[in-house]
Every structure is written in C-alpha cells, then in structure tokens.
Design a protein around this ligand. Sequence first.
Ligand code: PMP
Length: 281
Amino acid sequence: MSRIVFVDGAFVPEEEAMVSVFDRGFLFADAVYEVTSVLEGRFLDFDGHMARLKRSLGELGMEEPMSRDALFEIHRELIDRNGIREGCVYLQVTRGVADRDFLFPEGVAQTVVMFTQAKNFMGEKKGIRVVSSPDIRWKRRDVKTVQLLAASMAKTAAKKLGKDDAWLVEDGFVTEGTSSNTYIVTRKGRIVTRNLTNAILPGITRASVLKLAAEHKLEIEERPFTIAEAQEAAEAFVTSATSFVCPVVEIDGTELSGGAPGPIAMRLNQIYIEEGKKAGI
Ligand code: PMP
C-alpha cells in the first residue's frame, strides 16, 4: 500500500502528489515546517508545534494556512489512513507558486504539504557520537525554515567520519546539533543548555524537557557552553521531536560517561515518554 499524503487540500497516494516547479519552497526555500511525533497513536506537544508554526509564519510575513483544529484533523486523518501508531507527521507551508522573482509575491495561495513517517522511538538508546563543525547557517535559526542544506552538509560530513551527527559551533560556543538542541550535565549534576536567541531553534521538545526536569528538581542553567566544557561534562544529550532525549557518548573523540548513555539523559527520556503517553492528544 502506498503512503497517503496531503497536498493542497487533498489526500492522495504519494506517487500522485505534485507541487509546481515554480513553488517558492522549491526555488527559494521560502517555506516553514514542523515535525510532530506520534506515540501510541497520539501526538506529542501538538499545540507547541502549532504555536511555533504560527510564529515562524509570522516572522516571514505569511498567513496561517488554516486553523489549529483543521490542521489537527488532517494530522489525525493522515496517521489513521497510514496506520501510524509510532512515527511523525511532517508539515510544510510554502509561500506558494509564482513566477521566479526575489520579491515576495502577493495574493498567491500557499502550498500545504503533510506526510507521515513511521519510526521506532522505544528501541534501545545506545547514545550518539558527535563531531564539532562550524555553524555556517543563516542568522535567523529561530525560524523553522526548510533551508536545511548547511545542516545536511554537516551531518553528512560527520557520517563520513564514522560518527552520528555534528554539533555546530559559532564564536567558540555550541549552537545546536544539526537537527536537535544540545545539553551537557555538569559534574555537579546541573543541566546546561544554550539560552534562546535567534542563534538557535526554540525546540518544542526542549521546552517540555526543561519543564519536566524542573518538576523533578533538576537544576537548569540556560547559557552557551564550549566543546571543551562539554568534553569535561559528566554527560551530554540532545533533544528533538524525532529523537526525544538522546544521550551523547562521544564529542570530538572524547568519551563521556564511560562511552555509555548517562543516567540523567536516560531518566529524562523515560520521564518525557511517560508524560507524552499521558498528555499526548
Ligand atoms: N534545532 C534544530 C536546528 C532542529 O532542526 C530541531 C528539530 N527540528 C531542533 C532543534 C529540535 O526541535 P524540536 O524539539 O521542536 O523537534
């Protein structure tokens, strides 16, 4: 059975889903996106993702394509039609189709595309090995646009070195992973993660995990940190909608927490999953 995707108001088999070559998402990366995970058939942090979508659209002067409830109905129908109990829904909104011109077109209909991906979130977490890489992305990383080439290049270069991902570094400090927020746990047990500015994406998983960490009396410091400080840390981890809380066991060749997932990362992942099962919609 082929996957059913949503494009411009219709549910169609993926082979029949078409977007114009003049779509500004294709020509200018003039588009924003969200990825919402599904666990036991329920969406995690759905309203957080939709709130960030609204903000990204607003920052680019784009309208909301439809109401939160209409978006939710499509998300639900997509996972139902594709039999997804565990996975994610990708949503992209582009400025629409117009003859190629740098100037934003006016009065054109947006393109809205959504599709599912099946995933296994509950498998054993071995932890990832990362290498640092210069952050060459643009300066509005707080907006979730589809211009992901710099992140793709960094991840591919890390894979070529036999590692799992890159941690991006700007002015000596870690910004993010290629598609995740980054954290260290100091030897005193404090969780350190970069403060929110235009330099990083305000992760929806980040917001939930920090809230849950505070509720469990873990201490949190929001500030930038260096690769050297991370290599000295007791443990490290990343968060994202598609990896939840994922331990980092090596940074630029230095092993952390004895090369095994750290206890705080593993505990936070468990807490996030338990909360997701309760609060998912
Ligand atoms: N930073 C970047 C650059 C990302 O691409 C992502 C994932 N889209 C994240 C952080 C994590 O965000 P979220 O928890 O909302 O998935």
